[in-house]
Design a binder for this molecule. Structure first.
Ligand code: FAD
Length: 384
């Protein structure tokens, strides 16, 4: 058993870390303050090959897919990016772990050749449209409809909470093709933003990941070629869930990245802030918070890499991905709470980053399945 990253992954880590340090720190604060995503920074990141990790080389990917390392590589990069900017982190996670990997696994060669080179290069940003106003945790009850008319499908309905919706160029959309069966009546489609009838609705005002736009997407008699169906008709819910296994590993990496930022900033602060004539790092009450953060961060990272390893090697990983996301997201929230505590009054101020980490961490317990949903997935696997 080897717990070290191989040479390629170490190099990738270095590239992502240097990019995050030099190019992302300032935009991270600005994006949060202005509630605006910086697409240019994303394209720069993509130009380093960091957006094509789940795409095969023949479609412009970075080569990790062929070495059965796509998800592990995504974890390496997502940890580094989320350590500095969770808004860019979630955009990248949805783009690679939800959009591109689903299209690569389930799409036709023609569709893959048309779309994947654009997402791998970052020319196009991908989004994932499952949730609706009435279908959140119970996503299988979705009602957005896709009706087959000749050689096309016509989409009608609306999707809610869609990450990257306003600046995405292409969407993976789960829509109902039959009312006879609940989840077996759902199919998955690739819908380009440029199609007539794609309308971007209200942008949510959010607590955290404020740099990432989250909006409604409406489909109004939106016609797409039947060839934009991925997988078979009726397979959409299976595709959505399978894709979420990879997505949850990506959100684990987001949580690990945020928690690492909390730990690193807390150590630095505790080593320079003095009270009672001592550095606060010398107080056991502070040391124990740091120790707990460090231990749980390592445990979350191991769960994350194990799930990523299984997925990269084609083994079932629904339970392991849910475990990783559940543990990492709850760990990140505790780390962020303790980081604010270690910073005292400064932790509550926008002068420091930990209040942003605190707000950003919360979403990891909600999207791509809440912590309650992860516990359902894990417990079902344990007792089945
Ligand atoms: C910032 C943000 C970005 C998002 N991005 C996307 C995206 O890109 N694409 C997309 O499709 N969706 C996205 N979502 C939607 C997200 O996945 C849903 O919000 C999430 O799945 C929860 O659904 P809900 O909000 O409808 O909550 P509900 O399902 O209404 O849940 C409310 C509460 O009830 C609990 N609950 C529900 N069912 C059960 C149960 N059976 N047992 C125990 N407790 C239960 C939940 O855990 C939660 O605590 C995003 C959401 C946010 C906030």
């Amino acid at each position: 058993m080897d717990f070290n990253l191989n040479e390629e992954l170490q190099l990738l880590q270095k590239t992502a870390r240097e990019f995050a340090e030099s190019e992302l720190k300032k935009p991270a604060r600005e994006m949060d303050e202005r509630e605006e995503f910086n697409v240019e920074v994303f394209r720069k990141l993509a130009s380093l090959g960091l957006a094509g990790l789940t795409v095969p080389e023949r479609f412009g990917g970075s080569g990790f897919y062929e070495s059965n390392l796509a998800n592990q590589a995504a974890c390496v990069v997502l940890e580094e990016i989320n350590r500095v900017c969770a808004s860019t982190g979630v955009t990248l996670s949805v783009h690679m772990s939800l959009f591109s990997s689903a299209l690569n696994k389930w799409g036709s060669e023609e569709l893959k050749a048309r779309v994947l080179p654009k997402t791998a290069s970052g020319e196009w940003i991908g989004a994932y449209c499952l949730s609706e106003a009435g279908a959140g945790s119970d996503a299988g009850s979705l009602s957005c409809a896709a009706r087959k008319v000749g050689s096309e499908y016509v989409l009608n309905g609306s999707k809610l909470w869609i990450t990257s919706a306003p600046y995405a160029d292409v969407y993976l959309v789960m829509a109902r093709t039959s009312n006879e069966h609940k989840t077996r009546g759902i199919s998955a489609f690739i819908v380009e933003r440029s199609r007539k009838g794609v309308v971007i609705g209200k942008k949510e005002k959010k607590m955290g990941i404020r740099g990432s736009a989250t909006s409604e997407v409406l489909f109004e008699d939106c016609r797409i070629p039947a060839s934009n169906l991925i997988g078979e008709e009726g397979k959409g819910f299976t595709i959505a869930l399978d894709t979420l296994d990879g997505g949850r590993i990506g959100i684990s990496a987001q949580a690990v990245g945020i928690a690492r930022a909390c730990l690193e900033d807390s150590i630095e602060y505790a080593k320079q802030r003095e009270q009672f004539g001592k550095k606060i790092a010398e107080f056991q009450g502070v040391q124990w918070m740091l120790a707990d953060m460090g231990v749980k961060l390592e445990a979350a990272r191991l769960l994350m890499y194990r799930a990523a390893f299984l997925r990269d090697n084609g083994q079932p990983c629904a339970k392991e991905a849910a475990m990783a996301k559940l543990f990492a997201s709850e760990m990140a929230n505790k780390a962020a709470k303790d980081a604010v505590q270690i910073f005292g009054g400064n932790g509550y101020s926008k002068e420091y980053n930990v209040e942003r980490y605190f707000r950003d961490a919360k979403i990891t317990e909600i999207y791509e399945g809440t912590s309650q949903v992860q516990r359902i997935v894990v417990s079902r696997a344990l007792i089945s």
